[in-house]
Write a protein that binds this ligand. Structure first.
Ligand SMILES: NC(=O)c1ccc[n+]([C@@H]2O[C@H](COP(=O)([O-])OP(=O)(O)OC[C@H]3O[C@@H](n4cnc5c(N)ncnc54)[C@H](O)[C@@H]3O)[C@@H](O)[C@H]2O)c1
Length: 420
């Protein structure tokens, strides 16, 4: 039996993969609403259909909030959040709590794998000592490994089972045990120890951070030169080697990219090293929401519209296309900066009906019928497939497009569109 601690964006799909491979899976979580949904065969993630949970249940999946049940598992995968503290330092409190829960029921022969993203050294230095409080020793009584999740919510081309899984452990026997487990669902890529596996995950994410920052920086420079960055990228993409496209946008969001650079920088600093390029990329990316607002206010001013009292519609608040995740979304910064200029802001996102901004809870507004004409401007922050972009341009006086979502709009309407 496989036990999975944390039934979120990572824990749910990994549970499904093991269910499909024929393993009984036990999902452990502290969130009663999530447990209740899983027990009645429903989902709480927009990109993960309820039928998938029903199918998991038919294959023997069960959800529980009872830690004792984890003692029955042969392998326990920890998939809990790893956010930042208010000082942008790693917050491993969920990992610590999960480890304490597990230590109380740990038994000889179990395999424990941390899947949550973390800094190099965390599994050995934070998780292992807590598990060993059970009196059992890693590598002797139980096996310990680190295997980062490469989940990309909403990506239908590459899923867990079609993406190789990095597996790191500090002994050959533990690595073999962990690889044997994951070989049941996908191809494994073993590395020599846990800290290397931890570093692989952060490398993948800071690679994206740096490249997104680069393309955002190029966007600003090319704009000054009268060159359209999107046309440049699409043309550069025709080169079959040595180039990989990254796309500009309103800023970075989600659990991985904005957070992971801090995990790496924090650890590097603690060892007296520095990551100048990563830190600069973070800075460039964090400046993007302000730039979107500046472009919006300039465009409004050109149309004789003062920011004070202007009504702006944010279109899409999830941090990326076709998912409901609003963690670290740049939409939040854009809304706050707009408000600081006296702008009245509403948002529409069919996948994210509510959004906490500062201490206010916003609700997605209905834009059916004639509602769009009441806005002075719309800003496309997230380009969900569900939006009717042509209607948006037709019915709104001004649209700020941060995603090139309006590339194929009727040229007669081009005067209403500002790329940002
Ligand atoms: N979301 C992604 O796309 C993604 C991709 C790759 C890696 N990751 C990493 O995976 C980890 C999990 O992220 P996520 O997006 O799945 O988070 P999430 O918030 O979607 O889910 C985490 C779940 O863990 C539960 N939880 C928290 N503390 C717990 C505890 N002590 N015991 C039991 N359950 C607990 C929460 O209730 C929640 O259901 C993070 O480290 C993240 O960086 C996320």
């Amino acid at each position: 039996m496989i036990g999975v601690i944390g039934m979120g964006y990572v824990g749910l799909p990994v549970s499904e993969a093991f269910c499909s491979a024929g393993f009984p899976v036990l999902g452990f979580d502290l969130d009663d609403a999530r447990l209740a949904a899983l027990t009645r065969g429903a989902s709480y993630l927009s990109h993960f259909a309820g039928e998938r949970v029903t199918a998991m249940r038919e294959r023997g999946f069960a959800a529980t909030g009872a830690p004792d049940a984890l003692a029955r598992a042969d392998a326990v995968l920890i998939c809990v959040p790893t956010p930042l503290t208010s000082h942008n330092a790693p917050d491993l409190s969920h990992v610590v709590e999960a480890a304490e829960t597990l230590a109380a029921v740990l038994r000889p022969g179990q395999l424990v794998v941390l899947e949550s993203t973390t800094f190099p050294g965390a599994t050995a230095e934070v998780l292992k000592p807590i598990l060993e409080r059970s009196g059992l020793r890693a590598g002797r009584d139980f096996a310990l490994a680190y295997s980062p999740e490469r989940e990309d919510p909403g990506n239908h081309t590459f899923t867990i089972t079609s993406t190789p899984k990095i597996v790191g452990a500090d002994s050959e026997a533990e690595r073999r045990a962990a690889c044997a487990l994951y070989d049941a669902i996908t191809v494994t890529a073993p590395v020599s120890n846990m800290r290397t596996a931890e570093a692989v995950k952060l490398t993948e994410n800071v690679f994206r951070l740096v490249n997104i920052a680069l393309v955002n920086e190029l966007k600003v420079s090319f704009e000054a030169l009268g060159i359209d960055i999107w046309e440049v990228i699409h043309a550069a993409q025709t080169k079959p080697f040595g180039y990989m496209p990254f796309f500009p946008g309103p800023g970075i969001g989600g659990h991985c990219i904005p957070v992971d650079s801090f995990y790496l920088a924090w650890r590097a600093k603690a060892e007296g090293a520095s990551l100048k390029m990563v830190e600069l990329a973070g800075e460039i990316s964090r400046a993007m929401p302000r730039r979107v607002v500046e472009k919006t206010l300039d465009a409004l001013a050109e149309r004789g519209c003062s920011p004070v009292g202007a009504h702006v519609l944010i279109v899409g608040v999830a941090y990326k296309r076709n998912i409901d995740d609003t963690r670290e979304t740049p939409a939040r910064d854009i809304i706050e900066i707009l408000r600081s200029h006296g702008v009245r802001v509403s948002y529409h996102d069919p996948l994210a009906p509510e959004l906490m901004v500062g201490d206010t809870l916003m609700q997605s507004v209905d834009i059916s019928r004639n509602a769009l004409a009441g806005f002075d401007c719309a800003i496309i922050v997230t380009d969900h497939d569900a939006f009717d972009y042509q209607r948006l341009v037709r019915e709104t006086p001004l649209v700020i497009d941060t995603r090139n979502a309006l590339a194929r709009t009727d040229p007669a309407l081009a005067g209403k569109i500002v790329k940002a």
